[in-house]
Design a protein. Structure first.
Length: 209
């Protein structure tokens, strides 16, 4: 069964509180999102496999560790997911980046795919799918399906804020994908927005309110 991981580090909680404040402008919102993404990425990559190697320090030859096995790919759900990429790339600069474009139909609240561009070796990588908001779960579930259609078998989903409804949707549709979030909020309102949430993440990132 898919596991829900709430990354409740004090620094993350503090930065998220600033992001929730409606008075926080786009510049600060973007910077905080990048910072939280990097902090969450530290926890999300905790189980990466290591292997021993031999290196020469300035003093002597010794045994050290390096990451082994599959390499990473970061896949943001457009457009808001882009705001989380740089923070993760600061942590893992060699990761490849793909993009999945989805938007939510304002009437049905269902996801519509308009773009999908992934690394050619995506099926051989550990994939981190990112989107700041996990609301209904429709966009995340659809993006996960797209990744699996391209042969991905090791995927993690990372968001900033999640609603219980979205978590339930992803866990039901993709029980093999763990969910990492900075906060599990109360519920969705009648417009499918997360409560208390932080508003439309894409609009706040890009200043298109």
């Amino acid at each position: 069964m898919s596991k829900l991981h709430v990354v409740d580090h004090p620094l993350i909680a503090h930065k998220l509180s600033i992001m929730r404040n409606k008075k926080t402008g786009s510049k600060d919102f973007r910077e905080l999102l990048n910072e939280i993404a990097m902090l969450m990425g530290y926890e999300l990559t905790r189980d990466l496999p290591l292997e021993k190697i031999t290196i020469d320090t300035p003093v002597e030859r010794t045994q050290a560790y390096t990451i082994s096995g599959k390499k990473l790919a970061i896949v943001p759900i457009l457009r808001a997911g882009i705001g989380m990429v740089d923070g993760l790339l600061d942590l893992v600069p060699v990761a490849k980046v793909g993009h999945i474009g989805l938007y939510r139909d304002p009437e049905t609240h269902l996801p519509v795919t308009y773009y999908c561009k992934l690394p050619s070796d995506i099926d051989r990588r550990i994939v981190i799918l990112v989107d700041p908001m996990l609301a209904t779960g429709g966009s995340a579930s659809d993006a996960l399906t797209k990744l699996k259609e391209h042969g991905c078998t090791h995927i993690k989903f990372m968001c900033l804020v999640a609603a219980p409804e979205g978590v339930a949707k992803v866990q039901a549709d993709h029980p093999d994908v763990d969910i990492f979030t900075a906060a599990l909020d109360e519920r969705l309102n009648d417009h499918a927005y997360i409560v208390p949430g932080l508003g439309d993440a894409g609009d706040r990132i890009f200043g298109t309110l």
